[in-house]
Write a protein that binds this ligand. Sequence first.
Ligand code: ZN
Length: 243
Amino acid sequence: MKITQLSTYGYQLTRLGLVNCYFVRESDGFTLIDTGLPGSADAILDAARHCGSQQNGYQLCRILLTHAHGDHIGSFDKLSRLLGNALSAISHRDGRLLPKPPAQDRSLDANEPQCKIKGSLPGAVTKPTHFVTDGELYGSLRCFATPGHTPGHFSFLDERDGTLYVGDALTTVGGKPHIAGWAPWFFPLPNFGTWHRPTPRASIQRLWDTIPAETPIRRIAAGHGRVIEGGRELLEAALTEAR
Ligand SMILES: [Zn+2]
């Protein structure tokens, strides 16, 4: 697993050159954003020890899931088992997709676009301990509902350093952010897995409209692709592309 420090607080963990999850350092340990593919748990814990040795303490104390796709929840069960009492959270909406079938609920609410929910949804045995809601804080991470790739997709902004962890709401493969549904031809995976194409665009527009000037975006950290330095202008370019 490749480890790249992206700021004072953030580390990107990359498997197979394409699938990212992230550590965010807090005073009580690391928050892990997404858990990668199945089989990543041991490498994630090794990475926590490696990063933690520079910071006194390597414990993972929280797991936040951006959404329920298999390349983001793949090692959730094993990590939860190994970590014992770690807090874990996903949105209430994607929490319906998190159990394994037959408990998994792929139904749509009456007020949602009536499109089939797409992508790999292998489910997990572990029940999250919390459900993230729009606007709340987990450690230093402000939670933003960014539906569209999945109905309950969330993004997280570290208000200390401006890193915006976007899961698959944006992909940065190719060196710039593309909104889910508008990923480039050479990496169409986020497009195939996107539930309703206009909705992620509206979510990115809402981020552009609502993230306040006091806590600006300084870089974008996506589920697929390298971390891109920059702020609102990156969202603007992605919005312009997705017309
Ligand atoms: Zn996805």
